[in-house]
Design a protein around this ligand. Sequence first.
Ligand SMILES: NC(=O)c1ccc[n+]([C@@H]2O[C@H](COP(=O)([O-])OP(=O)(O)OC[C@H]3O[C@@H](n4cnc5c(N)ncnc54)[C@H](OP(=O)(O)O)[C@@H]3O)[C@@H](O)[C@H]2O)c1
Length: 261
Amino acid sequence: MQKKKNDKSGKGPLAGKTAIVTGASSGIGRSTALALARDGAAVVVCARRADRLKKLVAEIIAKGGRALAVAADASNIADIDRLLNQALLWKDGRRKYDIVVVNAGRGLAGGLLQSDAAQWQELYDLNVLGAAHLMRQAGQYMVGRKAGHIVALGSVVGRNVSPFGSVYGATKFAVAALAEGLRREVGAHGVRVSLVMPGIVLSEFQAVAGYTDENFGKNIAQFGELLEPQAIAEGIRWLLAQPPHVNVSEIMIRPTGQSYP
Ligand SMILES: NC(=O)c1ccc[n+]([C@@H]2O[C@H](COP(=O)([O-])OP(=O)(O)OC[C@H]3O[C@@H](n4cnc5c(N)ncnc54)[C@H](OP(=O)(O)O)[C@@H]3O)[C@@H](O)[C@H]2O)c1
């Protein structure tokens, strides 16, 4: 493969690796894609907003990295398959992938009684079924290669549910179960699975979920400084940089002042 001018992807702990990051147009996914590119990975970035992805790819390339944008709906099985196929066709990514960050997801304000039930299907299609399909396809591929790392984004509310977002929390309990089940299926084949459970991170997440000062802001006022997406990206970078026989199976990263959940 010909080296590009200003190409820094031959350096760093992830040099030679190709990573797919879903939900990369904003927040944690965007920060993670930038961090992995900085560490030398070629990065396939996915989300629905193609314009955002285009800008992100330009930013990574301008810094000497390699990136490919694939606009896709992570709740749609055909789109997920297309994403994985495009990664396998991408010459700069060496026509393979080593890392998949299953990050695309959304929240939903309110508990079982108060949340908008009209959004439950969409929430499950994206957070659970879309994530499960991606983890299954990537898991099968990685077992075949006897290597790879799948990182799934759960949540603190996927471990300790909160009454302010219990339907969303239920989707993240499902993600935690899928990640741990998958880890047990694929570990013997040299494939790692990590579950990352963030506390409150300021991103577009709150607006998409429908959180307001009334139903969210006043509950978290005492938590002090909240996390920025980079804090989670740093955790993901760290666990990916461990040697192949070390699997950090789960991490929880909260704002220091977040006492609950
Ligand atoms: N922020 C928090 O406090 C927090 C806490 C715990 C866990 N998490 C989890 O962390 C992950 C990232 O959240 P975030 O805070 O970074 O939220 P965010 O800023 O809203 O980003 C969500 C990303 O997912 C993408 N996305 C949403 N629906 C999609 C779909 N149907 N198909 C493809 N991509 C889709 C969005 O892009 P497009 O709109 O362009 O498609 C965006 O890039 C989520 O799984 C979330 O549940 C967040």
